[in-house]
Design a protein around this ligand. Sequence first.
Ligand code: PLP
Length: 439
Amino acid sequence: MKKNLETLCIHGGWHPTKGEPQQLPIFQSTTFKYDTSEQMAKLFDLEESGYFYTRLANPTNDAVAAKINALEGGVGCMLTSSGQAANFYAVFNICQAGDHFITSNNIYGGTYNLFGVTMKKLGIECTFVDPDWDDARIEAAFRPNTKCFFGETISNPGGNVFDIERFAKMAHKHGVPLIVDNTFATPINCRPFEWGCDIVTHSTTKYMDGHATQVGGAIIDSGNFDWETCTHLGDPSTINPQPSTPKYPGLTTPDESYHGLTYTKAFGKQAYVTKLVSQLMRDLGSIPAPQNCFLLNLGLETLHLRMPRHCENAQRVAEWLEKNPRVAWVNYCGLPSNKYYALAQKYLPNGSCGVIAFGLKGTREDAIKFMDNLDFVSIVTHVADARTCVLHPASHTHRQLSDEQLREAGVAPDLIRLSVGLENVEDIIADLQQAMDKM
Ligand code: PLP
């Protein structure tokens, strides 16, 4: 039976039958038992599916992965121990030394560093582009060895909205998939596959968990990118000539570490996600603990209730900030004055997220004083929590970036990131007001 998002948040992934636990059990076991050696050999050859070692698969983790997969509408999902690991694996699954990819420059500082510094050390180069540039300027970044395009639905911390359909078309025109980090919107507010995106990633640490209990990540495969013809299946206008040499050899040529198995031949639409699990996770091993997946699942059970409330509260706070004489600027795509309002109406018609970026009139020190004066609104390196929290990226998350890199990443040095929680909105506003009054 086809289920709506609200029902999937609660029932997706775990379907207990007679006498089984109603709540998802934590399978806190590294290994799983078999009766014969042959049974286990078949698992190693990927001839049969079954659990044998938690680094590769675990029933608790799989149930949560299945729920997230259903919410995004994919063909398969792999969970990771963090959002960082998810973004690394998502790109590394299709890029190797000598390859190149393109990314929006307004992305989370940790991802910016991962792509621009750490992956470069692995021989994978990336070009940062401003999504506000015109098509010709962005398309100039594509090279023969370009393997994917990356962006965030709503950028952290700037709150810019990524034009998914535009960049999906552009990526497909050049025969590469679009990867979208959908952390801030969550599938409750945006489902990037519906706009042509091929792979979705998440930091599940954020709204999916929603209570600051675990760090985790997810990668979901739409199954819509044909790795042999380098074509998006839903968009025949982008059919590309068959490349003379395979563009994605890791998926379309035999994997020696799996007895010569070719992922596209053996797994069809699930080739990408199967390679993620059976090759990258096997070798790199950033799995989430089953205990963490259990906690994540509790968060997911109320995601559909929490997201609208985060958005409602944030909208009120953003409107209040916009009218406040002490505030220099506000960036929240739910405000009609916002540069990304039209894109938000298209991609996020039911609301975006609870994160607002704003700047106070005054100096950098004034911003710090304001934050120190807050009562229950807490200074934490976190967003998307039930509790309202605040951060100054230039002093905290993005402190590794120079002022120039900060501006390139769309982060003003005076930017305060306010993650509006689920408290009474009048109390949130009162706390912000009293902190400004004491400045
Ligand atoms: N992607 C986005 C949009 C994020 O905001 C973050 C963290 O803030 C990450 C990825 C990295 O996730 P994690 O902290 O779970 O590693």
